[in-house]
Write a protein that binds this ligand. Structure first.
Ligand code: GLY
Ligand code: MN
Ligand code: MN
Length: 440
């Protein structure tokens, strides 16, 4: 079943690239998997991250630098796998997967010799981070028009890509189930993270991003980057923003659990409801900026209902926004795919027209109108961030805030609920909720 999905995906990419190459008067695409570069003055390198363009064509070979794909319209794609003579490391061997018949696969040992052999008549688009010397053809390095068109199209996922993100969600949810149990068992951030890795069968370096595992006040640090080895004496809140990867495509899921404060618990339930209600409204044609703005209005209502905001009828819409941005300073979500923040979120057309978010929402990563087959995250939050609360306290709006209640809630940190959804013809498929419900 999935083999057919990949074959169809490859056929779509071939058609797409043939059309684009014809439009741009180019003859072939040459895609580099990437290079591995040592740390300064060292002989170790950071974990290898492949070129996302390479991954889209070749999701089964994502760990090898210096590989090449040569795409010529009307021919099988060629895959050149770099397998150096190296007795220190495990080198690539001839692959055997079902996909091998779809590519002309060759192993090579000498990079310079291989580059010289990749001769193409005509003009080639080289998609690579760095320009490559010695190519025996006329090269355009990352030609702008072609790149814009490819990036724009990547937002709408093929059935294969949807399958991979669905699977990545099923894997990540195993990790989230583990951490939710671990919270009740009193585990430290470090132990929760280690358990997440085991439950998802991922190495740290395979995660699409470094998991955020925040207990208590750490839940209010948006990209909290540490893992305390010792559990705190009181377990109040756990926020886990954890992902997983499946054939190069990723999940990006956040769950928050809490105990010991009914007001915080009520906010958590209200956020969960509001997030799902917002997702229910998604369908093709909806503006993501409008969704983000609606979420701010929902959050304002939540803050009023909770008694955190007082005398709300006296507040103008811009005052309301100053308050909600204090509690929810990030964007509602982003495109998701090969990259966690998949490219093209601000891109409005295939020619590369960009729309930055409106001025009050500088961190919004997606300004596109949603279309069928886009996969996005929906991740509203509500945080008690001392730095931002202090700034609000210094404004005339301070007397609209119940500071006694805010101070009570600060030790609970914050809330984020993040799902991965695919836009369908008239709604969404929620990969994350389906995985939690055992449906995928
Ligand atoms: N995990 C990063 C994000 O949610 O965007
Ligand atoms: Mn996200
Ligand atoms: Mn996330």
């Amino acid at each position: 079943m999935t083999e057919f999905l990949f074959k169809d995906h490859l056929a779509i990419l071939q058609q797409r690239s043939a059309d684009l190459l014809a439009q741009e008067a180019l003859d072939a695409l040459l895609i580099h998997s990437g290079s591995s570069k040592n740390y300064f003055l060292d002989d170790y390198a950071p974990a290898f991250k492949p070129n996302p363009h390479f991954v889209q064509w070749m999701p089964f070979l994502t760990e090898h630098p210096e590989c090449w794909l040569l795409i010529k319209p009307g021919s099988k794609p060629s895959l050149y796998i770099y397998s150096p003579d190296d007795f220190w490391h495990m080198t690539a061997s001839t692959p055997t997967g079902f996909w091998c018949e779809l590519f002309d696969v060759q192993l090579y040992t000498d990079r310079a010799a291989q580059i010289k052999q990749m001769k193409v008549k005509g003009e080639v688009a080289l998609i690579a981070e760095d320009y490559i010397e010695f190519l025996q053809c006329k090269v355009q390095h990352n030609p702008e028009a072609l790149m814009h068109a490819l990036h724009y199209r990547r937002a709408e996922k093929t059935a294969w890509e949807q399958h991979c993100i669905r699977e990545a969600n099923a894997i990540a949810v195993k990790g989230h189930r583990y951490t939710q149990r671990g919270f009740l068992a009193g585990l430290s951030e470090f132990e929760l993270h280690q358990g997440y890795l085991s439950a998802t069968v991922h190495l740290e370096k395979e995660l699409p991003y470094s998991n955020i595992v925040g207990l208590n006040e750490h839940a209010a640090v948006l990209h909290y980057q540490y893992k305390d080895r010792i559990a705190p004496p009181q377990m109040r809140t756990l926020l886990v923003d954890g992902g997983a990867v499946y054939h190069g495509y990723v999940a990006d899921i956040t769950r928050t659990v809490s105990q010991g404060n009914q007001d915080f618990q009520a906010l958590l339930s209200a956020m969960d409801q509001a997030q799902q209600a917002l997702i229910e409204t998604i369908k093709p044609g909806i503006s993501f900026v409008a969704l983000h703005e609606t979420m701010h209005q929902q959050l304002f209502a939540m803050l009023c209902d909770a008694g955190i905001v007082k005398h709300d009828s006296l507040l103008s819409p811009s005052d309301q926004l100053i308050i909600t941005r204090t509690f929810y300073p990030h964007g509602l979500g982003h495109l998701l795919g090969i990259q966690v923040h998949d490219i093209g979120g601000w891109q409005q057309d295939k020619h590369g027209l960009m729309a930055a978010p409106p001025e009050p929402h500088p961190f919004l990563r997606l300004t596109r109108t949603l279309t069928e087959n886009m996969v996005v995250t929906i991740e509203p939050g509500l945080y008690f961030i001392p730095l931002l609360l202090e700034q609000l306290k210094a404004t005339a709006l301070a007397n609209h805030i119940n500071w006694a209640l805010v101070n009570q809630l600060i030790p609970w940190g914050g809330i984020r609920v993040e799902d991965n959804v695919c836009v369908t013809a008239n709604g969404v498929e929620n990969y994350t909720r389906d995985a939690f419900n055992g449906l995928n």
